[in-house]
Write a protein of this length. Structure first.
Length: 303
């Protein structure tokens, strides 16, 4: 029997060298009211060999929206840093929606916001623009012997959930709770006969309807694998509920804070790097999903 945690740990340890390369923007197109799809290509994507659903990566974006960026180097602790004098980019996280290994192309979806660096970049980007891509961070694996899947996320997790649902066994019932901003965003999750989706449509808000919706649902028996991704406070709340009330085993749970109300991604990343550095100094295993979950939630907590 395997679990999502043991398998993420295994594939992280066994993965090939990290993907770290320039990519060229091929196209940008709206796919719903709330999302824009970007396609990028690059010869360096040949290094992306260990492909799993919901793989995450960072884009290295020019801080002013246009122009070249410098890539980091890895220090003795294995963590990336930029040498003095580098033109340091701004990093933003995205999920692989589709990878074409023949054309060496990745498609990913960007949530439309009123503001934010990623959205400013999307509005100004043109085919042919070159940016950087660094990854991959594995976010999902279906454990063996699981009797049902529970998946909960907000708009930030929709691309990951859409990629995951496409790969799930039709023999295992799956329940999905998704909070999105627009009704047209529901078209991005393909219908599957074994997947029941509960859509919660409304503006993004830290006071998310997700926790109450999950609490009010029927409680199925059997071994459940849970996957949670949303605002940090929502994930923290849901994580307690699924382990304490639904009885989901810790090894059958993956919980990720995809954003934090009141903090931009740069500040969260800076905090996460400090947490990782302290953990490495203490001898922690950076491939351990427990450490990654802890760092995600601590980095998104108030100081």
């Amino acid at each position: 029997m395997t679990t999502i945690r043991t398998e993420i740990r295994r594939i992280t340890r066994e993965s090939a060298l990290p993907v770290n390369c320039p990519v060229t923007v091929e196209s940008v197109s709206a796919v719903s009211t709330g999302f824009v799809r970007v396609s990028v290509r690059g010869e360096g994507l040949a290094a992306y060999r260990d492909v799993w659903p919901a793989d995450a990566f960072k884009l290295l974006l020019p801080p002013d929206g246009r122009g070249p960026v410098d890539f980091p180097v890895r220090g003795d602790d294995g963590l990336p840093f930029w040498p003095d004098g580098s033109r340091r980019p701004v990093l933003r996280a995205f999920t692989v929606r589709c990878f074409d290994p023949v054309r060496l192309r990745i498609d990913f979806d960007v949530a439309v916001h009123a503001d934010g660096l990623a959205m400013r970049w999307v509005r100004g980007v043109e085919p042919g623009d070159v940016i950087g891509l660094a990854g991959m961070r594995h976010e999902f694996h279906a454990g063996t012997g699981v009797e049902r899947h529970l998946m909960v996320g907000d708009s930030s997790a929709l691309p990951a959930l859409a990629a995951i649902v496409e790969t799930l066994s039709p023999q295992i019932p799956t329940t999905v709770y998704l909070a999105v901003a627009h009704a047209s965003d529901t078209t991005l999750l393909a219908a599957r006969p074994h997947v029941t989706v509960h859509w919660l449509i409304g503006p993004a808000d830290p006071c998310s309807p997700l926790p109450s919706a999950v609490r009010d649902a029927e409680r199925p028996g059997g071994r459940t694998q849970a996957w949670l991704a949303a605002e940090a406070g929502v994930v923290r709340d849901l994580r307690r509920f699924v382990t304490d009330d639904l009885g989901v085993a810790r090894d059958d749970l993956h919980a990720a804070a995809y954003w934090k109300a009141g903090l931009d991604s740069t500040e969260v990343d800076t905090r996460a790097l400090r947490h990782y550095q302290r953990a490495i100094e203490a001898g922690a295993d950076v491939t351990d999903p427990d450490l990654r979950e802890q760092v995600d939630l601590e980095a998104a907590s108030s100081d």
